[in-house]
Design a protein around this ligand. Structure first.
Ligand code: SAM
Length: 347
């Protein structure tokens, strides 16, 4: 049985020495630029090619409405998402990237001045440290507006500690928005230490129900799935070892606020104002809440709070409060299905 230190060392070796570019990965997890919305593709064009080549993420955890915010990227690697975030938060915002692999951070840091010159400002700090203990890199309680992470939490041998740290450093009303590999079952014990399966983000992949329970313990009983994509195991050896498990890359959204463990009906209505510049016509909270600009939608109490008590509050009109209760909220699946499997509650 490997210790946490040994698992960290296996992962550090994989990302510091084994992989040289995203082409070396053995699964389809690494998402292509084609899947990005146009405004992110435009920003991608302003990044240094080496930073783009060394991207090992499995999604685009870049939520809207970031101008002026402080964003923390856990396991920032060679910095692709940090440089995109730098543009999204703008000169009055701040981006902090944390990673434990010196070789990855060295690439991120080497291109900092190059990007600062292109962007006309410098607002990124890269810190060497472990995401299980963010005090060692000086991240204070309640100091971060948004925590993002791209294909990293699965690699941690101490996931509950990472999640606890996230909720410690987030400001009240702050958002966790991350992409990661999830498995349709718990990974068999004998495969969890396999160095290649670990490095490829498979051996430590989260089983959704266990992840949901971890967040519940931390006081977050309603977590939302935003997007999901199946991952194919392209390498025959890997498929032979672990092909009985189905993997997907999932983008997840959770908030630091008091929420209920079920969707309750208080007769509330939310209307998106269309004021987020890159999302003029609609805003997707999750895979079954699609808010068209100007079109009121009935919402449960949790959804009303996620929209009204977070930074999205400036962009929504929430009608009604919690003074009168009408029972459980009937949150039937949207056109994409997945309602009951996609969150900590029915919503
Ligand atoms: C799959 S790569 C993703 C890198 C980056 N997010 C991206 O999208 O390109 C995983 C990264 O997480 C870092 N990492 C893994 N476990 C970590 C831990 N416990 N603490 C800090 N960094 C960690 C690795 O060093 C590596 O750079």
């Amino acid at each position: 049985m490997s210790t946490s230190i040994e698992i960290n060392e296996t992962v550090r070796h994989y990302y510091g020495e084994v992989l040289q570019s995203s082409a070396d990965l053995k699964t389809s997890a690494c998402c292509s630029i084609d899947a990005m919305p146009q405004y992110l593709k435009t920003l991608m064009a302003s990044l240094h090619p080496e930073v783009v080549e060394r991207f090992y993420g499995c999604g685009s955890p870049l939520p809207p409405a970031l101008a002026g915010k402080t964003v923390l990227d856990l396991g920032c690697g060679s910095g692709r998402d940090c440089y995109l975030l730098s543009r999204l938060v703008g000169p009055s915002g701040r981006v902090i990237g944390v990673d434990m692999t010196p070789e990855q951070l060295e690439i991120a840091m080497r291109h900092r001045d190059w990007h600062a010159q292109r962007f006309g400002y410098a607002n990124i700090e890269f810190l060497h440290g472990h995401i299980e203990n963010l005090t060692t890199v000086g991240i204070a309680d309640d100091s971060i507006d948004v925590v993002v992470s791209n294909c990293v939490i699965n690699l941690s041998p101490e996931k509950p500690r990472v999640l606890a740290e996230i909720f410690r450093v987030l400001k009240p009303g702050g958002e966790l928005y991350f992409s990661d590999v999830f498995a349709d079952r718990r990974i068999p014990g004998e495969l969890r230490q396999d160095p290649v399966l670990l490095g490829e983000c498979l051996a430590g992949a989260l089983y959704w129900e266990d992840f949901r329970r971890m967040l519940q313990v931390l006081g977050c009983p309603d977590v939302r799935m935003v997007k999901q994509n199946p991952i194919s195991l392209d390498d025959p050896d890997i498929a032979h070892k672990i092909g009985m498990v189905k993997f997907k890359s999932v983008t997840v959204r959770a908030f630091k606020m008091n929420l209920e463990d079920r969707c309750e009906d208080y007769g509330q209505v939310a209307c998106y104002l269309g004021t987020i510049p890159e999302h003029r016509h609609a805003f997707d909270l999750d895979d079954h809440h699609h808010f068209e600009t100007g079109r009121p939608l009935r919402v449960c109490g949790n959804t009303a709070d996620m929209l009204g008590l977070s930074r999205y509050g400036d962009h929504f009109q929430i009608m009604g409060d919690k003074s009168r209760h009408f029972g459980l909220f009937d949150c039937s699946p949207g056109p994409h299905g997945e309602s009951s499997a996609s969150g900590g509650s029915c919503c």
